[in-house]
Ligand binder design. Structure first.
Ligand code: SF4
Length: 112
């Protein structure tokens, strides 16, 4: 019979905790990989038509006069999901992820 010492209880609890955390870590990494695989290509015809860029520094202000400093995907009303993440969903580009510091000509000030 196994001796049920305090040390054994901590060993079992520690192993159990790691077993619970491992799938969470795997899912988190999988989510990141999914975001990268589904990143909106700025060369996509619809993205190009709206002047989408992955970083607001790259907005061609001679072409996209609506752009104003401070506008980016993370503060756009059309961004969906976790707007603090590096990549997020967008109502304009279903199934694709847009960059946190991205921008396009459909930008609308996020409310609330
Ligand atoms: S609509 Fe908003 S969230 Fe979507 S790409 Fe344009 S600026 Fe970013």
């Amino acid at each position: 019979m196994t001796k049920c010492s305090r040390r054994n209880i901590f060993k079992i609890a520690g192993a159990g905790s790691l077993a619970l955390l491992a799938p969470t870590f795997a899912l988190k990494n999988q989510g990141s990989a999914w975001a990268q695989d589904n990143a909106l290509d700025p060369e996509d015809p619809q993205a190009k038509a709206l002047g989408y860029v992955e970083h607001y520094d790259d907005v061609d202000q001679a072409v996209w006069a609506r752009y104003e400093a401070g506008q980016q995907c993370s503060n756009c009303q059309l961004a969906q999901g976790d707007v603090t993440a590096d990549w997020m969903n967008c109502g304009i580009f279903p199934g694709k992820q847009v960059a946190k510091k991205g921008w396009c000509n459909a930008w609308v000030q996020r409310q609330g």
